[in-house]
Design a protein around this ligand. Structure first.
Ligand SMILES: Nc1ncnc2c1ncn2[C@@H]1O[C@H](COP(=O)(O)OP(=O)(O)OP(=O)(O)O)[C@@H](O)[C@H]1O
Length: 199
């Protein structure tokens, strides 16, 4: 997904918004196609497993690395520029390490949401979704990393979610509303799509 960035040259081929990649593909739509093909298979596999015990920011970076290492040298590394998207400014790049560390410290302090009543669990999922989206740690691939992480966290708690079954536009709208302080749409989406895991 293309971003407005402070400098289009950052991580991109000169004079373009096409990210420098290991295949040296300079056509953005071809790169997006290959990216989608590579990440789709890995994503669906990764979404099946539960979060590892003691999960923290390094594990979050590892998800990104696993998804994008074939394509980008900076896979698993925090972005080094500030980015925004359609009226939403994400965290300043130099604040990312501390913000992400605090996010996962809180998750650990809450015992990874274990044992919460369903409605409270949903509220916490919405909250951590909004937080990780605001932090937006990577130059690209934040959504996919987030969806793997959330699937694993939900799985860890005895529930499941299939992001592939959620209408992409609806999720995007809910996400944008939430970024501007209205979380109701997003909460409804999660409430509808998070189900107990059938054993
Ligand atoms: N205007 C916006 N305000 C807040 N969040 C947004 C906005 N536009 C997109 N997002 C979030 O950013 C994510 C996209 O980030 P990014 O492009 O880094 O991830 P991706 O994995 O490459 O793309 P995608 O999530 O579309 O597969 C979206 O999934 C959505 O959650």
């Amino acid at each position: 997904m293309a971003y407005s960035v402070d400098s289009i040259s950052d991580n991109c081929y000169e004079g373009t918004t096409c990210l420098i990649n290991k295949y040296n593909i300079r056509d953005e739509s071809k790169l997006a196609e290959l990216e989608a093909m590579i990440t789709l298979a890995i994503t669906s596999e990764m979404e099946q497993v539960a979060l590892k015990d003691g999960f923290n920011e390094n594990d979050y970076k590892a998800i990104h690395r696993q998804l994008f290492d074939t394509l980008y040298t900076w896979a698993g590394e925090y972005r080094t520029i500030d980015i925004s998207k359609k009226g939403t400014a994400f965290a300043k790049h130099d604040e990312i390490p501390e913000l992400l560390m605090n996010c996962f410290k809180r998750l650990k302090a809450m015992d990874f949401f274990r044992g919460l009543p369903f409605d409270d669990f949903i509220d916490e999922i919405v909250d951590i979704y909004c937080t990780t989206n605001y932090i937006h740690p990577f130059r690209e691939g934040n959504g996919r990393t987030q969806r793997v992480f959330l699937s694993q966290l939900i799985h860890y708690n005895g529930y499941e979610i299939h992001f592939s079954k959620i209408d992409t536009d609806e999720l995007m709208l809910g996400t944008i509303h939430a970024a501007h302080g209205v979380v109701d749409y997003l909460r409804d989406i999660f409430k509808e799509h998070i189900k107990p895991t059938l054993r």
